[in-house]
Ligand binder design. Sequence first.
Ligand SMILES: [Zn+2]
Length: 126
Amino acid sequence: MNGYRLSAPMEVDASAYDACVQCCGKSDGITKTGQRAIPWYTVAVDPDVIPLGTKVYVPAFGRVFEAQDIGGKIRGRRMDFFLPDHESAVSFGRRPVRVFLLAGPEAKLPGTANGTMVWAQTRSQR
Ligand SMILES: [Zn+2]
């Protein structure tokens, strides 16, 4: 994590998906940002809450993901992790996961003050 600053930890409601038609309605594996989704790296977020391109550190997985995709049901404090196959995605289920947003020297995160993430209001809270 050298060179990065971590946000305060935050709990998100996590689920998983893969590139199959069942999960995506298409199977080309191309994300909203136009990149090919990478298993255990691509994560779908609500871009109103987390800007696309943000790096997301997930200690439980020991990995850093990048916010590269969005989803119709991914709103507010939801994250959808891209996994290699449908079986993995289904067995992942839905669970709370603690994440940190990474801010590099150049990175700008909205709603942050002194390294503390302030969540934008989600639609359901309005
Ligand atoms: Zn699937």
